[in-house]
Design a protein around this ligand. Structure first.
Ligand code: PLP
Length: 437
């Protein structure tokens, strides 16, 4: 079957006349056979302008934890629309949301609201530097922390050399794009993740200049790789010992692995945590949550935290509706999401075996990454880079023809409204696709 996507193709051509690149975020341009134009989304499904319907595992790259057009979110938003969406002044929604966040996120003494994950990370870095009076930041290969000049780096290619301990030139972060100031990355030290030796050696050598270590709790963006037992705990110990801020970037995992995020699940208390994506159920909102002493720098005015639309009434209403829905019935949404992900992962593993296709799935609760690879385990970025990315991209295209929308990179999201019907249809579709691949 070949997908009929003529209207999407035409709209892309039209769009390119006015919108730079025809899409609103560079990542979306890569979608094959063409970036899709959407007519509507409802529950776990999405419909394009050509009338094709897909089960949606892209979920807008993470935010749609309640699926599309959830009634609770719609209700919260209609209330906001009637009262005006933003004031540039304070309102009770901000307080309610901030209070809720301090209740559900173990690391949160105080929170600061912003509009995107990128902005939350920028603020977390700023707080860390101001608090410690130091400037360098350790980040890790394969992690993503948004697209600001301050931290955006390219992902090295498959033959990348993992940073060698002690070799300064190997630890310089490569810029993520043309036009990015090289100077902005001079304070960024790139290290391999899950490699305690590299981290310990670097910290020992440069601790007096290092303001922060920023890490995703799970390497979601590249392989859904879990931390080795004790790894994050050791980062916590070392950062505490050396007076370095530990930032956990939970823009993906926050409210997705559990209401308390990954740090809540793991029983860890980083100094700062960044959250976004799922927080607003699709509306633009993010937050930095953290220790009183660090957050006090905003209160005493020594660190600037700005943004015209920060904490606007529409966004806080969306976040409150989403988080309250997720917290209902003792968090049974999380049981549902994990169950759905488990069923999918079991089905995928069985199909890979049946079709004798070398591949694997790394799962962290409700998120998982599927890849085609001859490796039997993928536990670091270098091994992840050996996967057959082109084959997966072809797979994603064939899945689309079968009515299943998956992210071409291999990361799958499920929502609280995906259920048995979606799982069964997805596994049946995949059986047909893998037979063709
Ligand atoms: N941090 C992580 C871990 C992310 O995955 C992302 C986006 O994918 C960001 C930060 C940036 O978030 P945003 O796209 O909302 O700016």
């Amino acid at each position: 079957m070949t997908l009929s996507i003529e209207k999407s193709k035409q709209l892309l051509a039209d769009s390119k006349q006015y919108l730079a690149g025809g899409v609103a975020s560079s990542l979306r341009a890569a979608m094959k056979p063409t970036p899709l134009f959407v007519e509507s989304g409802y529950g776990p499904r999405i419909r394009d302008v050509d009338g094709n319907e897909y089960i949606d595992y892209l979920l807008a790259y993470g935010p749609l934890i309640l699926g599309h057009a959830h009634p609770s979110l719609a209700e919260g938003m209609s209330h906001a629309l009637k009262r005006g969406v933003t004031y540039g002044l304070q309102h009770s929604g901000e307080i309610e949301l901030a209070k809720l966040l301090t209740e559900i996120l173990p690391c949160a003494d105080r929170v600061a609201l912003s509009g995107s994950g990128t902005e939350a990370v920028m603020l977390a870095l700023r707080l860390s530097r101001a608090y410690t009076g130091k400037s360098k930041v350790i980040r890790f290969h394969g992690h993503f922390h948004g697209w600001s000049d301050a931290i955006f780096t390219s992902f090295p290619s498959a033959d990348m050399k993992q940073a060698a301990v002690g070799s300064a030139s190997d630890n310089i972060a490569p810029p993520g794009t043309n036009g990015q100031s090289e100077n902005s990355l001079q304070d960024i030290i790139m290290l391999p993740w899950n490699d305690l030796e590299a981290l310990e050696a670097t910290l020992l050598r440069e601790k007096d200049q290092i303001a922060a270590v920023i890490t995703e709790p799970i390497m979601c963006n590249n392989g859904c790789i879990s931390p080795k037992p004790g790894y994050l705990e050791r980062i916590r110990e070392l950062t505490e010992q050396y007076g370095i801020v530990m930032i956990m970037d939970e823009v993906i995992t926050g409210f997705r692995l559990g209401l308390g995020g990954a740090h809540g699940k793991m029983g860890l208390k980083p100094d700062l945590v960044t959250v976004g994506k799922a927080m607003g159920g699709g509306f633009a909102i993010s937050a930095v949550a953290g220790k009183r002493e660090l957050m006090a720098l905003i209160e005493n005015g020594t660190v600037s935290h700005l943004g015209t639309l920060n904490g606007n009434f529409a966004a806080t209403s969306a976040a409150l509706a989403t988080l309250r829905e997720l917290g209902k019935d003792n968090g049974c949404a999380y049981i549902q999401m994990e169950h759905t992900a488990d069923q999918l992962v079991q089905g995928i593993r069985a199909l890979l075996k049946k079709h004798q296709i070398p591949g694997l799935v790394n799962q962290a609760g409700p998120v998982f990454h599927m890849m085609f690879t001859a490796e039997t385990k993928v536990e670091d970025f270098a091994t992840f880079n050996k996967r057959d990315a082109a084959k997966y991209s072809r797979f994603a295209e064939l899945m689309l023809e079968e009515g299943v929308l998956v992210r071409p990179s291999g990361l799958w999201y499920v929502s609280a409204v995906h259920g048995e019907n979606e799982v069964t249809a997805t596994i049946e579709a995949m059986d047909r696709v893998l037979a063709k691949l």
